[in-house]
Design a protein around this ligand. Sequence first.
Ligand code: FEO
Length: 399
Amino acid sequence: MSFKINENVTYVGKIDWELRKFHGEELSTHKGTSYNSYLVRGSEKTALIDTVWKPFAEEFVSNLKKEIDLKEIDYIVANHGEVDHSGALSELLREIPGTPVYCSKAAVKSLRGQYHQDWNFKPVKTGDKLNLGDRELIFVEAKMLHWPDSMFCYLTENNILFPNDAFGQHYASEHMYNDLVDQDELYHEAIKYYANILTPFSKLVTAKIKEVVSLELPVEMICPSHGIIWRDDPLQIVNKYMEWADAYQENQVTIIYDTMWDGTRKAAEAIAKGIKHGNPEITIKLYNAARSDINDIVTESFKSRGLVVGSPTINKGILHSIASFMETAKGLNFQDKKGCAFGCYGWSGESVKLINTLLDEAGFELINEQGLRMLWNPDEEAVAAANAYGQEIGKALAN
Ligand code: FEO
């Protein structure tokens, strides 16, 4: 696919309508994605920014040939080494061997480590420039946003920021511009992307945005490497990132549980009623972790003030869907959130204590050090206790 963004920049990427899982099976992509690649023509030189995921390498190079004689590509810029952007480099560089590849020093390592090729690497650092004649590309390293090799580049005269993964979304749309798509869909995918990929690096996000803003470069467009291009009020997504990076939360609590014979589910619902009673304003969402998409749960967790996590005890432990969620939550390093635990048991009953430990290790402030343990299936008295526990949670999250 190709289309002109302006006189100098042509989109030459690939919309992947079919993709439903990314990073192996780790990240759901309900609305597909795109791998954005941009051809930038200056008065004297032409640069290609990023490529596409490997399964589309042949198609990408074939389409690129319709847009330009490959020999006219003077420079390749690899803003990031991950395969969804570097996957067509082998195919492309077989056609135009020796073409310089501009990337961060760390990307030389990541690209060599993945492709085992000694391409003509030109490592660059923040402030380095690539002259295209009447305009230039300025490089800005963006270490750990989200890999050590990540880099942004900025095209002068057209005033376009190419931030690679940052400000992207896994969102396939033939419209390709932010002002043409459904805003709810766009922001749902943008916050899901942030919550699941960038949350651990929030402090770096804030620092990098401040650094780029301090350069006082005008930004007329932001062209990320996934999803739509921000051309209408492009800084809106930068401002959103500043909010999301600052221990973001809405007035929401998410109850995440798994259940074997419905006891822990009944408790979850009784806790939800109690929260509503204790804090009528708060939005309450319930997810059975075994039956829900973990990345959707992460997104709702990211938006929450607190999480209430429940599992019955099994084999002196917790159910695997809750273990999986807690491992994910620990890695994401959410900031300034509260948490508490609950669960049913028949005899040994370790689950609540274990969940509390996992919440603590993941950085949550515990609302109740004991949690709520319920022997066998909750009877009326136990349901009332769960309701009272919910009221305590609701009040704790009102502050
Ligand atoms: Fe879209 Fe980090 O790759």
